[in-house]
Write a protein that binds this ligand. Structure first.
Ligand SMILES: C[S@@+](CC[C@H](N)C(=O)[O-])C[C@H]1O[C@@H](n2cnc3c(N)ncnc32)[C@H](O)[C@@H]1O
Length: 285
């Protein structure tokens, strides 16, 4: 091969490589500009904090969370994607319906709680808004409270409880979830048939008894079958020790109760076939 030909080939390889680098950069730049969604409410077992660190990115443009809770994975990956949530607990469904419809001014109109007040004392505030506030009276609870927790009363980390900062954050975000869907029902009623990224985060078999609809009401063998039948990418979360799917990748993560640590594991299926664990996104926003 003459040196002219090989230098031509080298130039074309460089051109292709530059184009790939350029297109990766464009995707990253688009993502960087995507508005970061913070949790709309604090929830027991919420995955927002760990979503980028522990789980792979969605491969599909639709994300389905059949065990929605506070939808931590969807919040992290919503940009440019359709989000469909399914949840059995009607209280959570009411909060999500409220948020999806709420206007910025509706959120800004929800007042602070005065010392000694409970959400029942909030004049002119609708029942769904009271539930939302109730989730912000404690950290990581499985249901809304009526009155502030000791943590909130002691004014430790005021930005983590209902108040001006949280109100502004939610008000700034509600427009971004306008096209999200929330459905009330058992995960088996989920009617999505198309390929999607399914983020399946049920109450853990051993530790998920704190929910209104908890582990004791789930048949994990049937859930495993259901997961294997979903079309697309299925990310299933559990705690170390669970064996209803071939879970792997134990990692130590902090739970919402600071002192305790739990071991998260997951199983990734692609059209029913167990896939090698893909790397999680390298950075956390
Ligand atoms: C571990 S939490 C999900 C946490 C969520 N990934 C987040 O980021 O907040 C599990 C959720 O599944 C709901 N759930 C329990 N049983 C269910 C069922 N059979 N169908 C649908 N949702 C269910 C619970 O009410 C709870 O909100």
């Amino acid at each position: 091969m003459s040196s002219r030909v090989s230098s031509k080939a080298g130039a074309s390889t460089r051109k292709v490589r530059n184009e790939v680098v350029q297109s990766n950069r464009t995707v990253r730049q688009k993502k960087d500009k995507a508005p970061l969604l913070r949790p709309f409410f604090s929830y027991y077992g919420g995955k927002w904090r760990d979503a980028l660190r522990l789980y792979p990115e969605p491969k599909f443009t639709t994300i389905v969370e059949p065990f929605a809770g506070s939808a931590g994975y969807s919040l992290r990956h919503h940009h440019g994607r359709k989000v469909i949530l399914w949840e059995r607990d009607p209280t959570l469904v009411r909060v999500w319906r409220f948020l999806i419809k709420a206007k910025r001014r509706d959120i800004l109109a929800i007042p602070d709680l005065e010392p000694g007040q409970s959400v029942d004392d909030m004049k002119g505030v609708g029942p769904e808004a009271r539930l939302l506030v109730g989730f912000w009276l404690n950290r990581g609870a499985a249901s809304p409270r009526k009155s502030p927790s000791r943590w909130m009363r002691d004014l430790i980390r005021p930005g983590s409880f209902w108040g001006e900062r949280v109100r502004q954050t939610i008000a700034n975000q509600v427009d971004l979830i306008r096209d999200w869907e929330i459905h009330e029902g058992d995960y088996t009623e989920c009617s999505v048939q198309t390929e999607a990224t399914w983020f399946v985060d049920p109450p853990y078999e051993q530790a998920g008894q704190y929910y209104r609809y908890g582990a004791d009401q789930l048949d994990y063998k049937a859930l495993a079958e259901w997961c294997r039948k979903r079309p697309g990418q299925v990310i299933v979360c559990e705690n170390a020790g669970a064996d209803w799917l071939p879970f792997s990748d134990p990692q130590e993560v902090k739970t919402t109760r600071a002192a305790r640590r739990s071991k998260e594991v997951h199983c990734i299926l692609e059209n029913g076939v167990v896939s090698v664990s893909q790397p999680a996104s390298p950075t956390e926003a």
